[in-house]
Design a protein around this ligand. Sequence first.
Ligand code: 6PG
Length: 468
Amino acid sequence: PFFEFGLIGLGVMGRNFILNVAENGFRALGYDLDPEKAGALEQEGQQVGQVAATTDLSEFVQRLERPRKIMLLVPAGAVVDQVLDQLLQVLEPGDIVVDGGNSYFTDTDRREARLREAGLHYFGAGVSGGAEGARRGPSIMPGGAPGVYEALRPVFEAVAAKFRGEPCVAYLGPGSAGNYVKMVHNGIEYGLMQLTAECYQVLTALGGFSNRDLSKLFHRWNQGRLQSFLVEITAEIFQQPDPLGDGDLIDRILDKARQKGTGKWTSQNAMDLGIPVPTIDIAVTTRAISALKPARQQGEGQYPKPEPQTVPADLLETDCEAALYFGFLMTYAQGLHQLSAASAEYGYGLNLATVARIWRAGCIIRAAALDAISGAYEEDPGLENLLLSKRFVPEIIACLPAARALLVRAIAQGIPMPALSASLSYFDAMTTARLPMNLVQAQRDYFGSHTYERTDREGAFHTHWKKT
Ligand code: 6PG
């Protein structure tokens, strides 16, 4: 029999994704060089049916219906190019290759051009939701040739997570649009995680919250406007016992956060575009600070912290909830602002309401707030920044006193809250008509004759600054 969908790379993500495809009624064939991985799919596939695996690439290609639809779920980087080298030998014009990994967007553009020369179609499609999402419904962010997406649509819409029945997948734009959107998704993911971690620290340090208290609190928050995947799993994390000893697992985990690079890419590209994403930048930086454990330990020994002062738990809870929600909104605002600039710069033609809509379920940054965010962009497709949306202005105003009060307390106590501070400073700067950058311009002109503009007339001016 011929198979309708092929998948290369039968690691956990690949295996789960293809099982999801088969379960949704598509005959699916998996390929992996490793016989154990191919065997594992055949084994698990027995219950699902219509799924098979092979370790032979030419058999894989021969058994797929034309035009072939082949998805790669292999590690981003050189492996993708190696697989493409092999596929270029055996595929035929019209076949479609989809890269489901976290590939860097310029790699996708390069690969798309290369496959196009051979008459093949190439899609970069970010897939979010981890192993569980791949099996039960991820959010999928595909980009590539517009007409060609129709061939992928039935499979992707069937396997994607559903939000009120709507699939969390949509064609996003040409070229690397899908990988770019997934990259920014991950940048936002970094910001939200950092903000959550800061709440953990301040609740523990100023409120004496136990892991049990934290679990309950995050669980409660997850019933309200903070409802989100990350808040939900945080509640679960705090009640996980240590499998290797007494106590809670969270207390035994080393405080050094690793990263695979997508958050850093988001920040780097935002800098290239000249778009501020400080909450994401600082989340990347804080992972780097976390890695410097010996220096941090030495530092703590040399600089005493202020005497701890406790804050009543109910007050802290209320402030943290509002501050965290405020931080979440600032992070989405920054990521979406970056997407709107990238869309103009790279010709993606992104619809930000659609982007927010397909993030409402399946992905790591899914959150109740995204429904209103997609609504804000639907009402006003030209919206430059979410914080200018009429829908959000009153809500943001209402969060501000709590965010400010929490930060004042944390700063006074020497508790670092880099992402919340960055979010608030971002907000304050973005809502201040006159910033002190006239002084920066004067300094630039003073030492480098870089010229400045004036507030009262057109043109570029240079002054021979007087030394006294
Ligand atoms: C997802 C995640 C995933 C990402 C991990 C790890 O959407 O399912 O974003 O794609 O690879 O979260 O990221 P870091 O190792 O960089 O933290």
